[in-house]
Design a protein around this ligand. Structure first.
Ligand code: G3H
Ligand code: 13P
Ligand code: ZN
Length: 339
């Protein structure tokens, strides 16, 4: 199947009442892990690349790997999405390369850490929407900022310092015309989200419900949604790693989010942990090995397992064949007439 738009995938998810995981990639093995998990669970997929991933792999490698995936997995609808675009130019270059969806994260300034003003956010996001929609490409924006700064994106702190204001969320959606809205309800990026076992009140679910009540047809996005499972932390530490004890977002909280309008769920850290644990295990148990395939294969398999599990938990499993792909030209026309 050709690459599809985020808008189509999330409209379908809203119809079916499920969520779709958006998994970050930097290399071939991660793309393969996601595609195998998608085939196994019959899931539509969102593959996303950050600015760091684009720099690491060189855009063209990633893009052509995605085309290979589209050829090899024709039954799987897939979106190629830019994660945390920091400026109009970053989004523009992704659109020109062939990404079918971009995130303009105007909640932060272009440095990725300084909270911006509402006016700046509206202006830069609206400009990206105008360009993207003229080409049929989807846009995710963000209002409120995530905590943490571990991976270079976030306003620091706990994640509760700049939560989304529902009035601003409504105004932001009206003024920008975006397709999906990332909100801040207490999550942060990276492994160190919570320093004690979370209870049912770790995330601001009432705030999420209020935003969904006010914007019932807007697709909501949850960033920082890794669950940071203890089993994955333990494997790393058992084989020489030094992670401090930490807790992520419980899957049940994400499932509650999905019941309240969350359609896209961003997961990166869990896959990083799975890959690192598998590689450490080979290094520790077979120090004589030096063929990269000896550790890349189990690493890819470990990520595949995590992704397949999330696909089932988020409810996207079984939905790959529900619809026919629409083209970017179809969406360009759709945005033109719905203006
Ligand atoms: O939100 C960020 C993702 O985890 C990607 O992180 O910028 O280190 O590639 P990165
Ligand atoms: P995690 O660090 O929780 O995996 O979040 C990833 C993310 O939000 C990517 O945009
Ligand atoms: Zn994020």
């Amino acid at each position: 199947m050709p690459l599809v738009t985020l808008r189509q995938l999330l409209d379908e998810a809203a119809k079916g009442g499920y969520g779709v995981g958006a998994f970050n990639v930097n290399n071939m093995e991660q793309i393969q892990a996601i595609m195998e998990a998608a085939r196994e669970t019959k899931s539509p997929v969102i593959v996303q690349a950050s600015r760091g991933a684009r720099a690491y792999s060189n855009d063209n490698f990633l893009y052509h790997l995605m085309l290979a995936a589209a050829e090899l997995y024709p039954e799987i609808p897939m979106v190629l999405h830019l994660d945390h675009g920091n400026s109009f130019e970053t989004c523009k270059s992704a659109i020109e390369l062939g990404f079918t969806s971009v995130m303009m994260d105007g909640s932060l300034m272009a440095d990725g850490k300084t909270p911006s003003t509402f006016e700046y956010n509206v202006e830069v996001t609206r400009k990206v929407v105008e360009l993207a929609h003229s080409k049929g490409v989807s846009v995710e924006g963000e209002i409120g900022t995530l905590g943490g700064i571990e991976d270079g994106h976030g306003a620091g702190g706990t994640g509760l310092e700049h939560v989304t204001d529902p009035d601003q969320a409504v105004e932001f959606v009206e003024k920008t015309g975006l397709d999906a809205l990332a909100i801040a309800i207490g999550t942060s990026h990276g492994a160190y989200k919570f320093s004690r076992k979370p209870d049912g009140a770790v995330l601001k679910m009432d705030l999420l419900k209020e935003i969904h009540r006010r914007l019932p047809t807007t697709h909501l996005v949850m960033h920082g949604s890794s669950s940071v499972p203890k089993e994955l932390q333990d494997i790393i530490n058992e084989y020489g790693g030094k992670l401090k004890q930490t807790w992520g977002v419980p899957v049940e909280e994400i499932q509650l989010g999905i019941k309240n309008g969350v359609r896209k769920i961003n997961v990166d850290t869990d896959n990083r942990l799975a890959i690192t644990g598998a590689i450490r295990k080979v290094f520790a148990e077979s120090p004589e090995k030096f063929d990269p395939r000896d550790y890349n294969k189990p690493a890819r398999e470990a990520m595949h397992k995590v992704v397949a599990q999330r696909m089932v938990q988020f409810g996207q499993a079984g939905h790959a064949g529900d619809f026919q792909a629409k083209s970017l030209a179809d969406y360009a026309e759709f945005y033109k007439v719905s203006k």
